[in-house]
Design a protein around this ligand. Structure first.
Ligand code: GLA
Length: 696
């Protein structure tokens, strides 16, 4: 809901629980009034009447108050917008009108000297407290190009509080999305990626709380960016303690792109959410919003998949994949995915990327025969691709060495023996479209795992003037290609992968069905990765595989099938072990776990998620609630002193109802589950259990 008042210069956007208010002063300064619990029109007018803080020389009366701080004028805080032409620096805007259309508010400003038109967009939907913000910048003049050095999607202003705490999700390869919390202090905290993709190092999300929010209580502010290229989020605490968060595409202020007259830049969305339900309440609100408005086809359940990567690496063949497929079908897998090495001369990571036709030695009649066999076994068929990359040893690179990102005369850095194609180029995108469209038409493919296995290093485009649009347009080119493929092949589902979780953000989630969370498939390490992931994203997109024990990929840790399955059942279950090496007993046990997963899947993938215990405590537990159904996944790292692990106090339970445990038949009282908890019976090392309760 959008309300307008105060002689038409104050706006209040409201969702189910929260409001957001802004005001335009007589001097056309757009100031922030409120973000938090719902307020009335009278509250907003009273806030607008308060006016600026006292004047002090050496301090700005605008810093920390503006909806979209620009460069120039009496401001010293980090600007969200920085533009220049040959002779103009900074921005001085005048207000040029507003529109409210459905759930979107647009405020338009112009700067005639620079030839700039700027629109701030706000969207708050009726069913969510998430506010989506973005900007469009247009070169409306006829003069020289406008250099867009920085155009953040939004600046978020927090209310004045004594002390803020910052939560972030940091990581690296095989150790993504781990949650850390620290006090926010004066100055600026910057997270981001200078790598051309979202990166393993941070999920583009921050959360701030001021009064010691807990999992279930307290005010939490969160901001998340929807962009799969380089990005930056800056959290500033100004000298008067005001906190402002800016975020957008690009890693520093040195240049996003050039706008020629008539051209427009549209920033990604930087979404914000206020919740007073603690970190858990905030997560559930983020999840609900993504399931309703971001993830395509989110109401459909994701199938149990098998992926051959850890089992077979680069050494694959049709017969070997078929043998795996038979075993996968036998344990109840619903989607069989052939990973790397089915194409070109891809027998190691040294060759073949770029040549997206089946390797004739390995798949003499293409992929269709295997796909049909897989379908015959009752499963869907999927393949791995990495379209944005090329090995120097490939037909594509030999034909088009100039198609990769590079600076003339400089080294073309290789990571994993590969170079990055320049998807900002139309000819490159057209070529990839033809290749991928032909591939998806050549065999009945139902699923594509789209990988991205190195960062940008030499991101140059010879002949293009600076600031070069490559960084931005590569990502837009990737989105456009994906969108076009989805439109042409509506039955195909896509997974976003980047060496595990290197490309997970709200931008890619708007056009993929699930993500590969991490290359780390160790079921214990995975708990912390999943705990962090769930802060922002729902279980419905979080792929997790059961692989071999000892763990092949990373650490050699031994764990039971039970522990591995319960850990992976927290998201979209997959299996990635070498099934040809599993005994009949192991296969039979796996079949039972997959059957159980299918029973709890509606609750896990579409229920509300409650983190009952974080992994660090030794006992980790997550609960899902959907209607009267509840599922608890509990995993014990190590029992100490023979003591019984703590009982799990459940959430989302009706205190007045009784709940039946579907496995034991024991009846539990809701009030007891909420206030005293449920004993799991876990003991020893690496033990795990699934508890299913139904309201009676
Ligand atoms: C990346 C992915 C893996 C696998 C390999 C194949 O590392 O994260 O799952 O697909 O590439 O080369």
């Amino acid at each position: 809901m959008i309300e307008n008042m105060g002689k038409g210069r104050t706006w209040v956007l409201s969702g189910p629980e929260s409001s957001y208010a802004l005001h335009l002063t007589d001097a056309d300064e757009l100031v922030h009034l409120h973000w938090g619990a719902r307020i009335t029109a009278a509250d907003a007018e009273a806030l607008a009447a308060q006016g600026p803080p006292p004047y002090w020389p050496f301090e700005s009366q605008l810093d920390g108050r503006e909806e979209y701080p620009v460069e120039g004028g009496p401001r010293f805080a980090r600007p969200a917008l920085s533009v220049r032409t040959e002779d103009v620096r900074g921005t001085e805007w005048v207000f040029d009108g507003w529109v409210a259309e459905d759930d979107e508010l647009r405020l338009r400003f112009t700067d005639a000297l620079a030839g700039l038109g700027l629109t701030l967009h706000y969207r708050m939907r009726d069913d969510s407290d998430v506010i989506e913000r973005w900007v469009t910048v247009v070169h409306e003049g006829t003069g020289p190009a406008l250099e867009l050095l920085r155009a953040d999607a939004a600046a978020w202003t927090l209310p004045m509080r004594d002390a803020w705490r910052l939560s972030q999700l940091h990581g690296r390869w095989a150790a993504e999305s781990r949650l850390v919390r620290s006090a926010l202090t004066y100055g600026e905290k910057i997270i981001g990626s200078r790598r051309g993709h979202t990166g393993h190092q941070h999920l583009p999300w921050v959360a701030l709380d001021a009064e010691g929010a807990t999992e279930e209580r307290g005010e939490v502010y969160g901001c998340a960016l929807g962009w799969s290229g380089s990005w930056r989020i800056s959290v500033q605490q100004l000298p008067d303690k005001a906190v402002q968060i800016t975020g957008g595409a690009g890693h520093d202020d040195s240049g996003l792109l050039r706008l020629e007259p008539g051209q427009t830049y549209t920033s990604p969305v930087f979404a914000g959410l206020w919740s007073d339900g603690g970190f858990g309440g905030a997560s559930r609100a983020w999840h609900a919003w993504q399931l309703a408005h971001v993830i395509p086809g989110a109401q459909e359940a994701r199938p149990v998949l098998y992926n051959s990567w850890e089992a077979t690496g680069f050494d694959i063949s049709e017969q070997q994949q078929l043998a795996l497929a038979r075993r996968a079908a036998g344990i109840g897998v619903e989607l069989f995915v052939v990973d790397d090495a089915w194409f070109g001369r891809r027998t190691s990571d040294r060759a073949g990327l770029g040549d997206w036709t089946p390797n004739p030695d390995r798949f003499p009649d293409g992929l269709a025969p295997l796909a049909r066999e897989v379908h015959g076994l009752g499963m869907r068929f999927g393949i791995w691709v990495e379209p944005e990359m090329v090995n120097a040893d490939s037909d594509l690179y030999r034909a088009h060495p100039d198609w990769v990102q590079h600076h003339p005369g400089r080294v073309r850095t290789e990571f994993r023996n590969q170079l990055v194609l320049n998807l900002a180029r139309e000819d490159v995108r057209d070529h990839l479209w033809e290749q991928l469209d032909a591939l998806l038409s050549s065999a009945p493919v139902d699923y594509v795992k789209w990988d991205f296995n190195r960062c940008f290093t030499d991101a140059g485009w010879p002949g293009e003037p600076y600031p070069q649009k490559l960084w931005t347009c590569h990502v837009e080119g990737f989105y456009a290609l994906l969108d076009r493929l989805r439109a042409a092949h509506p039955g195909v589902a896509f997974e976003s992968c980047s060496g595990g979780g290197g490309r997970i953000d709200l931008g890619v989630l708007g056009r993929t069905d699930q993500v590969w969370t991490s290359d780390n498939t160790d079921p214990l390490d995975r708990l912390a990765v999943q705990h962090g992931f769930s802060q922002l994203h729902p279980a419905r997109v979080m792929a997790a595989w059961v692989t071999d024990s000892p763990n092949v990929q990373l650490n050699g840790r031994r764990s039971s099938l039970r522990f591995r399955f319960v850990s992976a059942m927290a998201g979209v279950l997959g299996v990635g072990g070498d099934l040809t090496g599993w005994s009949e007993a192991e296969l039979a046990e796996a079949r039972d776990w997959v059957r159980l997963y299918k029973e709890i899947r509606p609750v896990v993938q579409h229920g509300e998620l409650y983190r009952l215990r974080a992994p660090e405590g030794g006992l980790s537990a997550v609960q899902y609630v959907r209607g009267g159904e509840t599922v608890v996944l509990a995993l014990l790292e190590a029992q100490r002193y023979g003591e019984r692990p703590p009982a799990l106090r459940l959430r989302g339970i009706d205190p007045a109802a009784a709940y039946e445990c579907l496995d034991t038949g024991v009846v539990h009282q809701g009030g007891v589950l909420l206030h005293h908890g449920l004993h799991t019976g876990l003991k020893g090392d690496l033990d795990a259990t699934v508890i299913r309760l139904r309201r009676m």
